[in-house]
Design a protein around this ligand. Structure first.
Ligand code: GTP
Length: 207
């Protein structure tokens, strides 16, 4: 069964762009076209030489589509919850998103919080530490990403893909949220895995 990963978060935080960056390795600059309802794409990734086909669901952030997207939560194995580091409201709304996730998603769904648009140094409205603190409070993994530069995009998807593969094969205790350890390890550069896309953001000096 192909693991299902859902992208969630306010309209305009960059869900479609993150998916595009991961799937096609490019950034869609220019006109912002809001997603209508739900859209999905697949991508095959290799985890420890095993191929895993991810089903990635891109949802509309706009409030008017909320009842449509709720229907898809139940089947999701992992959720990438995005806010925009230049938009404080999108960060403040994360608590409400986590509330919806609690209500509609499976209890053991893998959640990762992503502070996107980390390339926008001068326009930053949410500090990295604030994201880290919120993630710690809810015991979810966290990283800052940029669909524009590619920072951490592959790492985010690969971390959840790895966790889901382990869970499916029964290799991992599902009560233990290991994505956090994995991300920490990767970000500290302790592993020899080749796929990290961490780049220093030249403006805000974070990674
Ligand atoms: P909805 O479909 O309405 O839910 O929005 P979305 O979350 O899918 O946002 P989308 O990916 O369409 O991006 C919205 C705008 O943000 C676009 O103009 C993108 O070019 C821009 N954007 C997305 N990601 C980044 C990023 O990492 N950096 C910068 N600078 N801009 C970004």
């Amino acid at each position: 069964m192909a693991p299902k990963v859902m992208l969630l978060g306010d309209s305009g935080v960059g869900k479609t762009c993150i998916l595009m960056r991961f799937r096609e390795g490019r950034f869609l600059a220019g006109n912002f076209i809001s997603t209508v309802g739900v859209d999905f794409r697949t991508k095959v990734v290799s985890i420890d030489e095993t191929k895993v086909k991810l089903q990635i669901w891109d949802t509309a952030g706009q409030e008017r589509f909320r009842s449509v997207t709720h229907a898809y939560y139940r089947d999701a194995h992992a959720l990438l919850l995005l806010y925009d580091v230049t938009n404080k409201t999108s960060f403040d709304n994360i608590r409400a998103w986590l509330g919806e996730i609690k209500e509609y998603a499976q209890d053991d769904v893998v959640i990762m919080l992503l502070g996107n648009k980390a390339d926008c140094g001068s326009e930053r409205a949410v500090r990295r530490e604030e994201g880290e603190r919120l993630a710690r409070e809810y015991n979810v993994a966290f990283m800052e990403t940029s669909a524009k530069s590619g920072q951490n995009v592959e790492l985010a998807f690969m971390a959840v893909a790895r966790e889901l593969k382990y869970r499916q094969s029964g290799q991992r205790d599902t009560n233990k949220f290991s994505v956090q350890d994995y991300v920490r390890e990767k970000q500290n550069g302790k592993s020899s895995q080749p796929f990290t896309q961490q780049q220093q953001c030249p403006q805000c000096n974070t990674n």
